[in-house]
Design a protein around this ligand. Sequence first.
Ligand code: 13P
Ligand code: SF4
Length: 354
Amino acid sequence: APSDPDLVERARAAKEKLGDKVFILGHHYQRDEVIEFADVTGDSFKLARDAAARPDAEYIVFCGVHFMAESADILTGDDQQVILPDLAAGCSMADMASAEQVAECWDVLTEAGIAEQVVPVSYMNSSADIKAFTGKHGGTICTSSNAKRALDWAFEQGEKVLFLPDQHLGRNTAVRDMGLSLDDCVVYNPHKPNGGLTAEQLRAAKMILWRGHCSVHGRFSLESVEDVRKRIPDVNVLVHPECKHEVVAAADHVGSTEYIIKALEAAPRGSKWAIGTELNLVRRLANRFAAEDKEIVFLDKTVCFCSTMNRIDLPHLVWTLESLAAGKVVNRIEVDRETESFAKLALERMLALP
Ligand code: 13P
Ligand code: SF4
């Protein structure tokens, strides 16, 4: 539905009043009504870099999810305030790894006598606590756009990687980009004693994958790829690496949200694409590229929006901007200093990857 014109006008007026004091970042999965007010849009990696590149902005309004706002707070100056327009905008994947569970896992690796050989690599989609754990144990953060480089780096530091919390990104990168086999990977289940693994299995593994996944991308199936190939014979299947391994293995192209956009920009007129990622982005791309005669369809019609990304809507954005314009800071995301120092170490290792 088109946005309420009153709200659009209020958002515009509040943003104008704030001027350079406010910097609005929008992840590609945000609603159109929110993207319209973003100063920059991007994937997780680009937004982390962009947030750090505006030291003059007093308020960083992060239209995305909680872990992104935390990362922005870690990477920006102490005098800058990061704001998440709705505090309920979390990420179910990030919630799948708690600090206690990860500490317990490290004990299991220590017991198995392999902790010294293990380098943690944590996906951006994790809490600041997990990023701090990663920094403390000599590891790095990665996003879907630099996971291979992060793993290359990690395997230069140690013999094994503990990849958390997304088993799919970990497995897909290891097998697709690193030449490892599925047998080199084991899955650590935090809900089972010892992660459900024997010490022998841990010692034999190269990749220890945390048992987490994205509830949106996890729903794309191999059948959806086969179906779309039948329906549209010359279709290009392009999916996000948070999809299951069998989906990624059956796709033609795999990449982050930013990669998906670039691929479609470079695609020839008349080409046909089935996209396996969040629906707000796919719809926006389908509308944008229809004018260039590129047919873009959603890979699986039963998959839906990311409900937490969708929490950020125009009413929340208006409330945030009007509060700030009235001198009242709302929904500030602030990581404590100790967590921040170790998490920053891990994030900076990522930013320094070649
Ligand atoms: P990217 O934008 O980095 O591809 O990440 C997708 C995602 O799920 C963010 O939550
Ligand atoms: Fe988290 Fe998946 Fe939503 Fe991304 S799309 S924020 S990984 S639940």
